[in-house]
Design a protein around this ligand. Structure first.
Ligand code: NAD
Length: 254
């Protein structure tokens, strides 16, 4: 499709998994340029770096190294889009899970998770909104939440708490930035087949159970999250803001 025609899209955590698929699908949906950002360029699942895959599709791509937990890295990331015309769609996708999550989550791990999963989207959205406002753009900001942010889970106490925060961050920022024409939404994926799923505490073991309980009876593909993000980034969703879009094969519906 060409629903992202003329848009400059920035995606964090875009070397691997869902972020990689969001960046590639953005190019396939007609984005003018895609800025791929991550702490490392090599995909966890192997293969060509995301920017190289996008360039092969004939779309301008750039890799910018940024740690989303650092405010200055987010500012530099958004600045990297300036000579391309500035960011139109900012996707705060980077997020981590812990092997040590649960009621006894250690303080250091808890703080590290919050710095990536909660500070990251806030600093990214702030940097993107500043640029959009300065240019008078009707931009779109998409924050990556999780079904774990809509229902609790004892095996992911810190993770679920962070993602619940992301859902309300999207709603609160939608209210704050709506008058400037900037939309902010969250996407809440169900069980998506990625490395994160395979390395998360207890989740790999639980994923077969999730699959059986999911009305569509399969895990999601990262590209299916990419399509949801493309919709929220595009003008097709021009009256949608403050929404958390569940993309879970129906898991939370039953
Ligand atoms: P992944 O581990 O496959 O990829 C995450 C990427 O983020 C990696 O490339 C990693 O290098 C990068 N990253 C980690 N810390 C970073 C930092 N500080 N700064 C910048 N980049 C950083 O994970 P994924 O499954 O693709 O998850 C992507 C997002 O989707 C996360 O926010 C995750 O919580 C969310 N999510 C995933 C699932 C799932 O089933 N996989 C479900 C719900 C939500």
């Amino acid at each position: 499709s060409d629903i992202l025609a003329n848009k400059v899209v920035v995606v964090t955590g875009a070397s691997s998994g869902i972020g990689r698929a969001i960046a590639i699908r953005a190019a396939e949906h007609g984005a003018r340029a895609v800025i791929v950002s991550d702490v490392t360029e090599a995909p966890r699942e192997g293969g060509e770096p995301t920017a190289a895959v996008i360039e092969a599709l004939g779309v301008t791509a750039r890799f910018v190294k940024a740690d989303v937990s650092k405010r200055t890295d987010n500012d530099a990331l958004v600045a990297a889009a300036e000579d391309l015309g500035g960011v139109d769609v900012f996707v705060a996708n980077a997020g981590i899970t812990l092997r040590t999550d649960g009621a006894d989550v250690p303080e250091e791990d808890y703080r590290r998770l919050m710095s990536v999963n909660l500070d990251g989207p806030l600093f990214g959205a702030q940097a993107a909104a500043r640029s959009m406002k300065a240019k008078g753009k009707a931009g779109s900001i998409v924050l990556m939440a999780s079904m774990g942010g809509l229902v609790g889970a004892g095996i992911t106490v810190a993770y679920s708490t962070s993602k619940g925060g992301v859902v309300l961050m999207a709603k609160s920022l939608a209210d704050a930035l709506g008058p400037d024409g900037i939309r902010v939404n969250a996407v809440a994926p169900g069980t998506i087949d990625t490395e994160l799923l395979r390395t998360a505490a207890g989740i790999a073991e639980a994923s077969e159970g999730f699959r059986k309980r999911t009305p569509l009876r399969r895990l999601g593909q990262p590209s299916e999250i990419g399509d949801a993000v493309a919709y929220l980034g595009s003008d097709l969703s021009s009256y949608v803001t403050g929404h958390a879009l569940t993309v879970d094969g129906g898991l939370l519906a039953v």
